[in-house]
Design a protein around this ligand. Structure first.
Ligand SMILES: Nc1ncnc2c1ncn2[C@@H]1O[C@H](COP(=O)(O)OP(=O)(O)OP(=O)(O)O)[C@@H](O)[C@H]1O
Ligand SMILES: [Mg+2]
Length: 380
């Protein structure tokens, strides 16, 4: 494919970003330059640009096959990718399957310890401030993302981790941690952007524990070029498991989506417009008979709260693991939620509005959870 790159838009530490004749497309050129510790350490790794372009391309193609939206259009040349021009969300999303690097240092724990649940850290993408970590509330309060965007980032991040762990495991590599960046594409959708490579992942050889990533450069371990080449060779090798990983992931997501459709979204979701508001959802039991009744009376309210699809449902995952271990291999997509029931007096319309507000404001966390309300006239 030949695409004419035009002006240089941005030169970062590891890549250059060029405009093209099409304002919706950029060309990313991967450099051999290497930096570490917020650019205090600088150097060059021969062949790194080509390795990272090839590795990132294969990984993004694999993720796209499994339904993860990404910015990648094509690999143009050994170190150039054609990508969708996106507005980068100024958050670095760090996923940690095991303690290492700054995490191990910060909390005084040895490197390599498994983290259960998986830890997701948000860092503000700001070199001048040293990419400081921030929590969900700060990310929203600082106007960096909306709660809905945060939820989407979280879900996509969880999907990427669920896909990449087995992808690397099939290649004898243990995915210790990694950093993701996301962007908003011209259609307003959040897509995975930037790169995934030995620059942005910690990868340890599953058999020997050898580090095959940028830590060899950061820590002067030697064999830097060889490690990058080794990762390229392994990532580019197709394995029998690849198709199975994609298939299982797609099946699991479909199971989730079935579950979501059943529970029903009611507020806050990225696709909220597509879903009904709790007032409408509550109509199932209140509609026909109850609606005709004017005047105050007693209603039974049932509020169902479910965690949204995310890695923060460790309980659901634990239950599923147990259920499957006990031989029920056909069970998928287990989620654990809570039900709150109460009686409430008043006129139907008022009570509906009041319960919907309670469900949204008090009984659930709109960032993390979906809620569904049902109301029915109390017997007698
Ligand atoms: N599809 C895309 N559209 C626009 N910008 C992108 C896209 N993908 C990645 N970028 C941005 O392009 C730049 C790539 O350069 P590089 O990775 O070298 O930056 P960097 O030195 O790490 O600095 P920083 O990432 O902090 O800006 C990054 O700023 C990245 O966020
Ligand atoms: Mg970068």
């Amino acid at each position: 494919m030949s695409v004419q790159r035009t002006e240089l838009l941005y030169e970062g530490k590891a890549k250059k970003v060029y405009a093209t004749a099409d304002p919706e497309l950029h060309v990313i050129e991967y450099k051999d330059d290497a930096t570490a510790f917020n650019a205090q350490k600088r150097g060059s790794i021969a062949g790194k640009g080509e390795v990272n372009a090839a590795v990132a391309t294969r990984i993004f193609e694999f993720l796209a096959e499994a339904g993860v939206p990404t910015h990648l259009e094509a690999l143009l040349s050994p170190r150039e990718q054609l990508v969708k021009a996106v507005r980068i969300v100024p958050l670095e999303v760090v996923v940690r399957n095991r303690a290492a690097g700054s995490f191990a240092k910060r909390y005084g724990v040895p490197e390599g310890g498994e983290l259960d649940p998986v830890v997701v850290e948000w860092c503000l993408k700001d070199d001048a401030l040293g990419d400081p970590m921030l929590n969900d509330a700060a990310a929203v309060a600082l106007g960096i993302v909306t709660p809905e965007e945060l939820e989407t980032l979280f879900e996509l991040t969880a999907e990427v981790n669920d896909l990449l762990k087995p992808f690397f495991a099939a290649r004898g590599l243990d995915l210790i941690d990694f950093k993701l960046e996301f962007g908003v594409d011209p259609d307003g959708a959040i897509v995975l952007a930037d790169e995934i490579s030995p620059d942005t992942c910690r990868l340890w050889d599953s058999a020997t524990g050898d580090k095959l990533d940028k830590d060899r450069f950061r820590r002067d371990l030697g064999g830097v070029e060889e490690a990058y080449q080794e990762v390229r060779a392994r990532v580019l090798t197709r394995t029998e498991q690849d198709a199975e990983i994609v298939r299982e992931h797609v099946a699991e997501r479909e199971a989730w989506e079935l579950g979501e459709a059943h529970v029903g979204h009611s507020h806050g979701g990225a696709n909220d417009q597509d879903h009904q508001h709790p007032h409408a959802g509550a109509g199932r039991h209140t509609s026909a008979g109850a609606r005709g009744d004017a005047g105050a009376r007693t209603f039974n309210a049932v509020v169902d709260v479910m965690l949204r699809r995310s890695i923060l449902d460790p309980q659901g995952r634990a239950v599923e693991a147990t259920v499957r271990r006990l031989g029920h291999g056909n069970v998928r997509g287990v989620r654990v939620g809570k039900r709150i029931t109460f009686a409430i007096d008043g006129e139907l319309a008022e009570v509906e509005a009041q319960v919907a507000a309670l469900a949204t404001d008090l009984l659930s966390n709109p960032v993390m959870e979906d809620v569904q309300v049902e109301l029915e006239p109390a017997a007698g």
